[in-house]
Design a protein around this ligand. Structure first.
Ligand code: AMP
Length: 193
């Protein structure tokens, strides 16, 4: 059983509004939903029914877990806002959505997704680097989906644009339960940018 040493009561999930081509992405989202819900941790996500986002939310709800959606009014129809969530927050802008998710969450997980997921994750990651927060940031690297991204980050370290200590702050695991173990035992080591 996973034990929590960090005080984490809620986690924001950044995940694709599409399913992707590999069924492993959906299976991993289900497994992560099971692990998070079993720990009695609340999930925060983008509030949509589509893609991995919707699949994750449906799994949490089927397990009687708590999940809050945060969706901008402009995407309410386009991404089809989920009507069955524990709570749905409708924001007036994308910026407000991201700020709300940031405030509500004690940690962040990037699941397979596209530009939106990446943008959201890299924002909180850059704030971690600046010391604006100390919340753990993790990548669920299902079937090595993020290999080129992780390689690029290593390349950026080699080229002198990212400090290795900042690169090392990113938790990276392919297995949801192992990822959660690392996330819950994360100890922030401050490093000046
Ligand atoms: P995607 O990973 O592109 O499938 O998108 C996942 C989620 O990110 C969706 O809810 C999108 O609405 C959202 N998203 C798309 N673009 C942005 C952006 N620039 N900033 C924040 N969220 C975004």
């Amino acid at each position: 059983m996973i034990q929590s040493t960090q005080k984490i009561t809620s986690i924001a999930l950044f995940c694709g509004s599409n399913f992707g081509h590999d069924p492993s992405y959906q299976l991993a989202a289900e497994e992560l939903a099971r692990v998070i819900t079993a720990l009695n941790i609340q999930s925060i996500y983008g509030g949509a029914t589509v893609g991995i986002m919707g699949h994750f939310a449906d799994t949490v709800l089927a397990l009687d877990g708590q999940i809050t959606g945060v969706i901008p009014q402009t995407l309410f129809d386009a991404e089809i806002a989920h009507s069955q969530l524990s709570k749905l927050i409708v924001t007036s802008s994308m910026t407000e959505r991201k700020a709300t998710m940031y405030q509500l969450a004690d940690a962040f997980i990037l699941m397979p997704g596209g530009l939106g997921s990446l943008e959201e994750f890299f924002e909180v990651l850059s704030w971690l680097q600046l010391g604006l927060h100390q919340k753990p940031c993790a990548i669920l690297n299902v079937n090595n989906y993020f290999r080129f991204l992780l390689d690029f980050l290593d390349h950026s370290v080699t080229q002198g644009f990212i400090k290795s200590g900042h690169r090392d702050m990113i938790i990276n695991e392919s297995d949801p339960a192992t990822l959660m173990q690392h996330l819950l035992s994360y100890k922030h080591k401050p490093l000046i940018k």
